[in-house]
Design a protein around this ligand. Structure first.
Ligand code: PXP
Length: 236
């Protein structure tokens, strides 16, 4: 199982002072040297952390894999086509949320998602869709010709240390079993930490985990190299 490190919150710290440090581009290089298999950024429409300039520099520098999380908007498609990340992950986005809250509703936003997916795919950009662990959502992705999904582990992460954890893990397991049968490539992430990641790691059909906040938070105490290494160790 691979680890993609989300470096958004390095940029959050920089933007807190609207200055030039800490630099997410340095963070990406350090994370790669520490063993990250990919780098993820979310270029939000409100530009609260990652900026377009970061995307430009990261595109030029990253040696592993650049995953651009983006809202389902044609403005974002234009940016994605300009920089051609290795993969784009479609996520729901609202300026009021603190972080991505829930998977994209592929049933409700079917037409809008299809337009974005078709445009990205026509330009040769791979697409993943962030979905809740729900069979109907995965079926809707299948009907749209999507073959990579990222399962939202957020609900599990919020409940990992209470009695709902088993139920949330069961939803994830069932979704993975179904997605595997339908030949999806399966990624997962959101809310994963050093404390709660282990049950997810045991689900071997997950190809890659996307982890950001916990790694960046712990890097303030132990350094980014060590924070990435420790997460890699748990996953291994
Ligand atoms: N996956 C997706 C689609 C996300 O939007 C995020 C948060 O940006 C993550 C994974 C990583 O979540 P966290 O920062 O909680 O590890």
């Amino acid at each position: 199982m691979k680890l993609a490190v989300n470096i958004d919150h390095i940029a959050t710290l920089r933007q807190a002072r609207i200055t030039n440090e800490p630099d997410p581009v340095y963070a990406a290089v350090i994370a790669e040297l520490a063993g990250a298999d990919g780098i993820t950024i979310h270029l939000r429409q409100d530009r609260r952390h990652i900026q377009e300039k970061d995307l430009e520099l990261l595109r030029a520098l990253i040696k592993t894999k650049l995953n651009l999380e983006m809202a389902i908007s044609m403005d974002m498609v234009k940016i994605a086509l300009k920089y051609k990340p290795d993969i784009c992950t479609l996520v729901p986005e609202s300026s009021e949320e603190v972080t991505t809250s829930g998977g994209l509703d592929v049933v409700v936003y079917n037409d809008k998602i299809k337009e974005v997916v078709d445009n990205l795919k026509a330009a040769g950009v791979k697409v993943s869709v962030f979905v809740d662990p729900n069979i109907d959502q995965i079926k809707a992705c299948y009907r749209m010709g999507i073959n990579v999904i990222e399962i939202n582990t957020g609900e599990y992460a919020e409940n990992w240390n209470n009695s709902n954890a088993t139920l949330e893990l069961e939803k994830i397991k069932k979704s993975i079993e179904y997605a595997k049968r339908m030949n999806f490539r399966i990624l997962a992430g959101h809310g994963l930490t050093y404390q709660n990641v282990f049950p997810i790691v045991t689900m071997r059909d997950i190809e890659e985990l996307n982890i950001g906040h916990s790694i960046v938070a712990n890097s303030t105490f132990m350094g980014l190299t060590e924070a990435v290494r420790r997460m890699k160790q748990i996953i291994a």
